[in-house]
Design a protein around this ligand. Structure first.
Ligand code: DC
Length: 223
C-alpha cells in the first residue's frame, strides 16, 4: 500500500470519525490526534477559570500561549496536561461539548491552535480528525476523507455513548444539542465544517466501525 503521511478525516458530531480514526491509526501504526480535544481543552480551562465564553478577547488571551501540552505515547495516543494535571478525563462531558462549539467559532482561538496542529502534521504518520483538517489545517494532506451519517443515526450513537459512560441524559436533549452543534460548526464564518473538494465521502449509516475502517483501507489501497 502506498501509505500517505497525513490522513485527514473531517465530519460532523458523532459521524464515527474519532472511533474510526483511532482504529485506522492503530492499524497503520500511525499516531492519532482528535483535534476536537484541543478545542475542548481550552474550553474546559476557560470554564474552570470562570471566563465569560462570550468574551472573545479573554478566550484568545487564555489560548495564547496554549495553556496545555500535548504528547504522544508509544501507542500513538495523545495526552493533554495543563500545569502538570492530566485534563483528558474532564473534556468529554456534555457541558464541555456544548461550550466548545461556542469557543471554536472564535478566530483567535483557532489561530492559536493552528501551529501545534500543523507541527503534528509535519511530523507525519498521523491520522488527524476534526472539522477543518482537510480544508484549513492540512490542505495538502496525502489522503482526505469526509465521514458522515444521518442526524438520527448520529443522535442514537451519541445517546448510547453517554449511557455507556453512565451519564443520565434525555434522548431529546442529545438530539437538540447535536442539531445546534451541527449548525454552529457548519455556519460559522471561520473554518466552517465542510467537505474538502478532494476528500472522499463516506456515509457510515448502518456500518460498524470495523466495516468503516475496512472501507477506508480499501480507498487507501486504491488511491
Ligand atoms: O469533535 P468534537 O465533538 O470533540 O469537537 C468539539 C468542538 O470543537 C465541535 O463543536 C467542533 C469543534 N472543532 C472544530 O471546530 N475544529 C476541529 N478541527 C475540531 C473540533
Amino acid at each position: 500500500m502506498n501509505q500517505p503521511i497525513v490522513i485527514a478525516i473531517d465530519g460532523p458530531v458523532a459521524s464515527g470519525k474519532t472511533a474510526v480514526g483511532r482504529l485506522l491509526a492503530q492499524r497503520l501504526g500511525y499516531k492519532f490526534l482528535d483535534t476536537g480535544l484541543l478545542y475542548r481543552a481550552i474550553t474546559l480551562l476557560a470554564l474552570e477559570s470562570g471566563l465569560d465564553l462570550s468574551d472573545e478577547q479573554c478566550l484568545v488571551e487564555m489560548a495564547n500561549p496554549l495553556p496545555f501540552e500535548v504528547s504522544f505515547d508509544d501507542a500513538g495516543e495523545v495526552s493533554l496536561f495543563a500545569s502538570g494535571r492530566d485534563i483528558a478525563p474532564f473534556v468529554n462531558s456534555p457541558e464541555v461539548a456544548e461550550a466548545t462549539s461556542r469557543v471554536a467559532v472564535v478566530l483567535g482561538v483557532r489561530m492559536a491552535l493552528l501551529p501545534l496542529q500543523r507541527q503534528i502534521a509535519e511530523d507525519g504518520r498521523v491520522v488527524m480528525v476534526g472539522r477543518d483538517i482537510g480544508t484549513v489545517v492540512v490542505p495538502k494532506a496525502s489522503f482526505k476523507l469526509y465521514l458522515t451519517a444521518s442526524s438520527e443515526e448520529r443522535t442514537r450513537r451519541r445517546y448510547q455513548e453517554f449511557l455507556n459512560q453512565g451519564r443520565s441524559v434525555e434522548y431529546r436533549e442529545v438530539q437538540e444539542q447535536l442539531i445546534q452543534r451541527d449548525y454552529r460548526d457548519e455556519k460559522r464564518a471561520v473554518a466552517p465544517l465542510r467537505k474538502a473538494k478532494d476528500a472522499k465521502l463516506l456515509k457510515t449509516d448502518g456500518l460498524t466501525e470495523i466495516e468503516v475502517v475496512q472501507s477506508i483501507v480499501e480507498l487507501l489501497e486504491n488511491s
